[in-house]
Design a protein around this ligand. Structure first.
Ligand SMILES: *[C@@H]1O[C@H](CO)[C@@H](O)[C@H](O)[C@H]1NC(C)=O
Length: 519
């Protein structure tokens, strides 16, 4: 390059008298040229590197607030049919410098042909063994203070929507952590209230009256603006389905979203042009949703119309917790109670078994922790994992299923499994052949006014007791029906568990996991 040749003195230099000022000027020019040359080399090298390994880039740091402050992030689109390139073009037509990041699980195929601009980037979440971790972290691509999550198919018209969203975000500060603008679609955006109770594996949506524009969840298509640091401080910021996942996490943090009186229109309505593609998209969305609830440990959903949806165990699946060690099921260590599907199955089994005992003339009573639950909650204790019933040993022959269970386990007409327990002289009724949630039946017999039995478990409550508690048995509300319990069951329970047991809940083995201990 010319700049280097200029280092040699020009041939006329020795002939002319050069003033001090002239030489200073010459040196300054040469130094400037050298610097320019060096910078251009450097830039070329950086550009070259970027072509080989796309790296997160920072947007221009000047201009108005929008210019420096918002990144458009597109997360949800179908590989097989989408409008992502159109959406991106829509955004950068008016603002060629606007940072846009398209986030895909895998490299889209067929390929996504995005406008070639340094501020438009496609990032892939699926790691590759030859690339650095940073490349797969979406937060590394968003350098702005705010991020706007844009669904596929949004038409950017009018163009000032983003500025308005930012202004409204600032107006809402202190009240809402997010602002949303509906995308006009066939079904209007719904403002919902979402309550997530992880301990009970439950998410409950309720409809919020529209005047209060603060919602904790939305249903439908919306453009959502929030602070970048808020988004990427979530546990799973970009899990799909995006808004479902987001609002589960934000509602747990007490965040709200304000729906603005603006709207985006759609490029195409409906978005997908064939019913086959729509079918494919619906299937994918369904499995993503089920996977999301599994990942978040949500097994029971109550929808805004009151309908329930279950993602937990059923009669056809295995019990959703494993073998119990030290009387302390795994879920207690996770800071959770019995999955609601299991409680439901236990209630169903208890009701079914009790009905059979009553009709076949077997005297029974709620025992142990089950009686405690009835006294305390009129239900199964919310962290209990089985149901215990006491029965009179002499009544066993009255029940055909119990008689048959003596000679091996049998599956009854409703799919419940009756068996003699291998652990000792008691009976067990399992919810199904696959799902081993169970009701245990403990046969007692009277001896000198005490009720006793031959197999004892190493539990404080597993002790003899005076027969007068069973004369008479009294009906108590339990799990949605009436079941029989010992009379004066408070003293019965205090005899077995100790004083004040009804008023002072505690986990089954406080030495392993206590209610007071921090999760
Ligand atoms: C991230 O979230 C935690 C709580 O979930 C909060 O304590 C912390 O301040 C947050 N960090 C930022 C940078 O917002």
């Amino acid at each position: 390059m010319g700049a280097l040749e200029r280092l040699d003195p020009p041939p006329w230099a020795h002939k002319m008298r050069i003033t001090f000022c002239q030489s200073v000027l010459a040196v300054a020019i040469v130094v400037n040229l050298l610097i320019l040359y060096y910078i251009s080399r450097l830039q070329q090298r950086v550009l070259h590197r970027h072509r080989d390994h796309p790296q997160p880039r920072s947007p221009q740091q000047h201009g108005n607030q929008l210019r420096s402050g918002v990144t458009v992030l597109i997360r949800e689109f179908e590989d097989f049919e989408n409008y992502v390139p159109n959406v991106v073009r829509g955004f950068i037509k008016q603002r060629p410098w606007l940072p846009v990041v398209v986030v895909a699980d895998r490299l889209p195929y067929p390929p996504l042909v995005l406008p070639a601009a340094p501020n438009v980037q496609l990032m892939v979440l699926k790691p590759a063994p030859d690339k650095p971790a940073q490349v797969f972290r979406p937060e590394a691509y968003v350098k702005t203070e705010y991020v706007v999550l844009v669904p596929d198919g949004v038409k950017v018209d009018p163009t000032s929507q983003l500025e308005q969203m930012l202004e409204e975000f600032q107006v809402s500060q202190g009240k809402a952590e997010m602002v949303a603008v509906p995308v006009q679609s066939l079904s209007p955006l719904q403002c919902l209230n979402l309550r997530v109770n992880l301990r009970e594996w439950t998410a409950e949506y309720t409809a919020v009256p529209p005047p209060g524009k603060l919602c904790t969840a939305l249903k439908g298509d919306a453009v959502l603006l929030l602070r970048t640091r808020d988004l990427f401080n979530l546990s799973l910021p970009l899990a799909k389905p995006l808004l479902t996942s987001l609002f589960i996490q934000t509602s747990l943090r007490g965040w709200a979203v304000r729906v603005l009186d603006l709207s985006f229109s759609a490029l195409h309505q409906p978005l997908l042009t064939s019913s086959h593609n729509q079918w494919k998209a619906d299937n994918l969305a369904r499995s993503q949703r089920a996977q999301l609830f599994r990942d978040f440990g949500i097994k029971r959903l109550v929808l805004e119309d009151g309908k329930e949806q279950w993602f937990g165990c059923s009669k056809e699946t295995a019990r959703c917790f494993g073998t119990i060690h030290d009387d302390t099921p795994e879920y207690l260590y996770q800071g959770r109670w019995t999955p609601p599907c299991c409680l439901r199955a236990l209630r169903e089994t208890a009701k079914y078994v009790i009905n059979i005992l009553e009709t076949s003339g077997v005297r029974y009573w709620l025992e142990g922790g089950t009686l405690l639950g009835a006294a305390r909650y009129q239900d199964i204790i919310p962290w209990d994992y089985d149901v215990d019933l006491g029965i009179y040993l002499e009544d066993v022959p009255n029940c055909e299923l119990l008689r048959s269970a003596e000679s091996g386990s049998i599956v009854d007409e409703k799919g419940f499994v009756w068996e003699k327990a291998v652990e000792g002289d008691f009976y067990r009724v399992q919810y199904s052949e696959h799902n081993h949630l169970h009701v245990d039946l403990w046969p007692f017999y009277p001896k000198n006014g005490l009720m006793t039995k031959d197999t004892w478990m190493d539990h404080r409550q597993d002790v003899e007791f005076p027969e007068h508690f069973l004369k008479p048995l009294v009906p108590v509300p339990f799990a949605g029906f009436l079941a029989l319990a010992p009379n004066n069951y408070r003293s019965f329970l205090e005899l077995k568990f100790g004083e004040g047991v009804i008023e002072n809940p505690e986990y089954p083995n406080p030495a392993m996991k206590s209610m007071e201990s921090v999760n």
